[in-house]
Design a binder for this molecule. Structure first.
Ligand SMILES: C[S@@+](CC[C@H](N)C(=O)[O-])C[C@H]1O[C@@H](n2cnc3c(N)ncnc32)[C@H](O)[C@@H]1O
Length: 448
């Protein structure tokens, strides 16, 4: 009996392709623009859906590999552990290929990075990058292999320059561009930082103010795409090991706002990156052996920030972690990255053990949950931006089935509301970060 119960609960946690009956209403909404493979006789069929969903799941997962290239290129631009050369800011990046100073800087950085990648006993982040390159067939141990790698790295820097230029054009020139789908054609990056976590904190406060959330009302939370912070594109760096902050920042905020008991709240993470899932599984295994999970809390305050944003963020940053851990020795910031501020916090093992990672693609896969195991809250930031409307609508409808009636999905991306979904549009929070940047958070509510 006991064995059966364990087997049943494990099966419930094994993601399955979204059943055709659940996907069909969304597919019908997009009938005219559906790929022909999905509607062999003019209409979507269960068999076509099954094949299409599985092959698109594989394609999405292949985009995570392309996202690893972004991490490598951010390491080339911003890393400070392997070189004394200046960092390649966005301003420099845009001049790459047209400015001899920047070109020579990029060349020297590439040489130094390749040397570090070939060195014995590289750091955890450098090891991840070396493994990625080995999988791509690069050999850092021969002069020919290193030359090939340098060419590849510099070509990828040019690719990133072109993407940034294109994104700037979309934002400034193409009025009405859908910024919530800005990365739909890009590799899927795992990069992360604390700024979305602060927006979640502000948005939850707004939900409390609007009486959408009650004290101690949250027991089960899912985080879609928790990510890994290592040389994130926004002034990140490589002097700290890859780390996952979002699940812990969320538990800390929920506790501070009296929305959840940090010793009891259950957090499930859904991610398609094996690096993210393995990282969290390792943190759990170490927590089971009594080890605290230490995270570096990095921020890069800007003089462009509005007064309100600067005050609010810095207050949030100072307190972050106090509900679930204790201050820990920080890794000091190298001179070359001196714009970054750091403090560190060690998270209690019992809190880490309440976080369960699941490998699931929320666009095409689902888990079936009994009513008493549905989530009170699902959070996804900087994940839906990688998808176009059809995929966003599939994810919205799918996540809605895992949320209890009266529960919520919150995201910083605006999801289409044209297809049937258990979730309706609810609250929006907007925050002026700087004269050129306003950030948004949206609530989608599961009808009672
Ligand atoms: C850019 S990171 C965002 C990390 C963090 N949420 C933040 O805002 O800083 C995107 C994360 O979403 C994950 N992801 C992307 N598409 C996904 C999908 N369809 N299902 C589950 N996870 C996905 C990626 O692997 C990655 O960990």
């Amino acid at each position: 009996m006991f064995v059966c119960l364990i087997a049943a609960s494990a099966a419930a946690q094994t993601p399955q392709t979204i059943p055709f009956s659940a996907a069909q209403p969304v597919l019908n909404t997009y009938l005219k623009t559906l790929p022909p493979a999905l509607k062999p006789d003019g209409e979507p069929t269960a068999a076509a859906w099954d094949v299409w969903a599985r092959s698109n799941d594989q394609e999405i997962r292949a985009r995570v590999e392309r996202g690893e290239e972004d991490t490598l290129t951010n390491l080339l631009r911003l890393g400070v552990t392997y070189t004394k050369e200046e960092r390649i800011s966005y301003a420099y990046l845009l001049r790459f290929g047209h400015d001899s100073y920047v070109d020579s800087l990029a060349g020297k950085r590439a040489d130094n990075l390749i040397r570090a990648l070939a060195a014995p006993h590289p750091s955890e982040g450098m090891t991840d990058m070396r493994n990625f390159l080995q999988k791509q067939g690069f050999d850092v141990n021969t002069p020919a292999g290193r030359a090939k790698l340098k060419t590849y790295m510099l070509a990828d820097l040019a690719r990133m320059r072109d993407e940034v230029m294109h994104a700037q054009k979309e934002i400034y020139e193409k009025k009405g561009a859908n910024l919530s789908q800005q990365f739909k054609d890009r590799g899927i990056s795992t990069d992360s930082n604390l700024y979305p976590d602060y927006m979640i904190d502000l948005h939850l406060r707004n939900m409390i103010a609007k009486s959408l959330l009650k004290p101690d009302g949250i027991h089960r939370v899912a985080i879609v795409g928790p990510g890994l912070d290592f040389v994130n594109k926004n002034e990140g760096s490589d002097f700290y090991p890859p780390q996952t902050t979002q699940p812990f920042a969320v538990i800390d905020t929920l506790a501070r706002l009296n929305l959840a008991d940090p010793n009891a709240v259950e957090v499930t993470t859904f991610d398609i990156s094996s690096r993210v899932n393995k990282h969290l599984a390792r943190a759990r295994a170490q927590a089971a052996a009594g080890k605290w999970y230490t995270i570096q809390l990095l921020s890069s305050p800007s003089d462009q920030w509005s007064q309100d944003y600067a005050t609010g963020f810095l207050e949030y940053w100072q307190k972050l972690g106090s509900e679930i851990g204790k201050p820990a020795p920080k890794i000091s910031v190298p001179q070359a990255a001196s714009g970054i501020w750091n403090r560190a916090v060690a998270i209690r093992p019992d809190v880490v053990l309440h976080v369960t990672p699941i490998d699931m693609n929320v666009v095409f896969q689902t888990i079936s949950l009994p009513a008493d195991k549905q989530f009170d809250l699902i959070i996804g930031t900087n994940i839906f931006v990688y998808y176009a409307s059809l995929e966003q609508s599939l994810a919205r409808a799918n996540l809605g089935t895992m949320i209890r009636p009266g529960g919520f999905l919150i995201s910083n991306e605006q999801l289409p509301n044209t297809a049937p979904s258990p979730l309706t549009d609810s609250l929006q929070t907007s925050v002026t970060v700087s004269p050129s940047d306003t950030e948004y958070m949206y609530t989608y509510a599961r009808q009672k």
